[in-house]
Ligand binder design. Structure first.
Ligand code: MG
Length: 194
């Protein structure tokens, strides 16, 4: 089999990542609420729909999709007790010094620059919204990787909006002037981070 035919199509990977989040009880709307809370103080006219659109754009990035697939898979295998010792115990117990969960999630935010990195650190520490629910769900499933993945998606979507704000300012506009779908890649406002 050559490389072309053995390669998984991007659409398949994107759908698998989105399905994995939903299967684990994480919706785009829940992540968007975190983004809204983070960005609304700095963005006049920002609505939850702008945040939903930003989260959707982040979920189109391959780096993020791959991180989601790896992290969710490990959480699910740990729930089924299918990892080998001692990794099974480490992931199941969500050991504080493990750090690989944060590292995978952090690796996926680099596309969105330093604001995404610092926002990731903030969310990892302060655990806003659904992140807190996932973090404290002791005994009901393993979410060792999932809580960090949600931090990563939310931090990236927040950073993306912060960069858009600058573009809007320079065009003498605010989010009040644009419909959510106009923040999508085909928008009149172009940004390499779309
Ligand atoms: Mg974790």
């Amino acid at each position: 089999m050559d490389r072309q035919t053995s390669r998984v199509h991007s659409r398949v990977v994107e759908k698998a990542a989105n399905d994995a989040l939903l299967r684990r009880g994480v919706t785009i709307e829940e992540i968007a609420k975190i983004v809204y809370e983070m960005q609304t103080p700095y963005n006049k006219g920002l609505t939850i729909d702008h945040c939903v659109e930003s989260v959707k754009s982040v979920l189109k990035k391959r780096e993020m999709q791959h991180a989601i697939l790896v992290g969710v898979e490990l959480d699910e295998l740990a729930e089924k007790k299918m990892l080998s010792a001692p990794l099974q115990q480490i992931v199941e117990a969500d050991e504080g010094l493990f750090g690989v969960d944060e590292t995978i999630a952090l690796g996926a935010v680099f596309t969105y620059g330093s604001i995404a990195v610092t926002t990731f650190g903030h969310l990892d520490k302060n655990k806003i919204g659904i992140i807190s629910k996932l973090d404290t769900k002791i005994g009901i499933g393993v979410h060792t990787f999932l809580d960090d993945l949600v931090c990563s998606i939310a931090a990236s979507a927040a950073s993306r909006l912060a960069h858009r704000t600058r573009d809007l300012e320079e065009a003498n506009e605010t989010f009040e002037d644009i419909k959510p779908e106009e923040t999508a890649p085909e928008s009149k406002i172009k940004d390499v981070r779309t």
